[in-house]
Write a new protein. Structure first.
Length: 305
């Protein structure tokens, strides 16, 4: 782990060296820490000013775009042996404190992680970093955007400031079924043929990331990978495997997949690996009828939100 307040710059593809002060990174990227705060505030304003979804467009909102996984790479997870939620600055960072987010990211980002992230980047081919902008119950989560800002300095890849969530998701703290049915919409300009690296503070089921990937690719961009500050090792596998897809379809039956398609606009093949495993596990544990009832109930709750 890189010591608090110290960072490393990537000089070439094989080495990370020359530690520099974290504050100096922010000054180099944003001119001053206050500019980073202004960026964070502007991002928050974009979400707060987004249109509220009413009954007329609620169905479309629940059909967030998903695209095929193909040979999508596993996510790079910086900290997979525990949780960053126990960090002293975690709650403040999740609630909008930029300085707290800087200290938190600084404490967990490692040179090994930087090299793994750099391996996803092919400079000169239009790469951009896009952070998952998340509005929590307690405020604007600053961890993803601060993480992205630091990576911008280390990797020399620009951060996209335009793509944001079009509504508040509030997935944090939701149970598995709640996460499954909560589809996240995004808005903002996608640059055609640009190659985007998605950055988030955590990956669990991976639904938000899959929704963002779909939005970018449906609008002409390409998603080259995902980086998360925290997540369990199994959460790194985002693309559903053939084995898991087969097991889920066998357990769920055709009728549940048809219902899923009608509700969300895509079939089981565009679920994440963790989403599919969760559904299959619940069917195995409680039976298809109970699992289906819980999905229906969670869906109805989302409609009524």
């Amino acid at each position: 782990m890189i010591a608090r307040g110290r960072k490393a710059q990537l000089e070439d593809a094989d080495a990370v060296s020359d530690p520099i002060d974290t504050l100096q990174v922010c000054i180099q990227v944003c001119d001053s820490l206050s500019d980073l705060r202004e960026w964070a505030k502007a991002s928050q304003k974009n979400v707060q000013s987004a249109p509220v979804l009413g009954a007329d467009n609620l169905m479309d909102a629940k059909k967030a775009n998903r695209t095929e996984w193909r040979d999508f790479p596993d996510a790079v997870i910086v900290h997979s042996t525990g949780t960053i939620a126990e960090h002293i600055d975690y709650q403040a960072a999740k609630s909008g404190d930029v300085e707290a987010a800087l200290r938190l990211v600084d404490d967990f980002l490692t040179r090994e992680a930087l090299l793994s992230i750099k391996a996803l980047i092919d400079k000169g081919k239009g790469e951009m970093i896009v952070a998952v902008h998340a509005e929590e119950l307690s405020g604007r989560n600053q961890i993803p955007i601060v993480f992205a800002t630091l990576l911008e300095s280390y990797l020399g890849v620009a951060v996209d400031e335009d793509i944001v969530q079009a509504e508040r998701a509030y997935r944090t703290g939701a149970d598995g079924f709640g996460r499954l049915v909560k589809k996240v919409l995004f808005e903002g300009t996608v640059i055609a043929d640009a190659r985007y690296l998605i950055v988030d503070d955590a990956v669990t089921q991976g639904g938000t990331i899959a929704d963002l990937k779909g939005y970018i690719e449906e609008n002409g961009g390409v998603v080259i990978g995902v980086v998360a500050l925290m997540g369990k090792p199994h959460s790194a596998k985002l693309a559903i495997t053939k084995a898991t897809l087969g097991q889920l379809r066998k357990a769920a039956g055709q009728s549940l997949e048809v219902w899923w398609y009608e509700q969300f606009g895509y079939d089981f093949s565009r679920l994440t690996e963790s989403e599919a495993r969760y559904i299959a596990k619940q069917i195995h544990r409680s039976g298809i009828d109970a699992a289906r009832d819980r999905l229906f109930a969670a869906r109805q709750t989302e409609y009524n939100r």
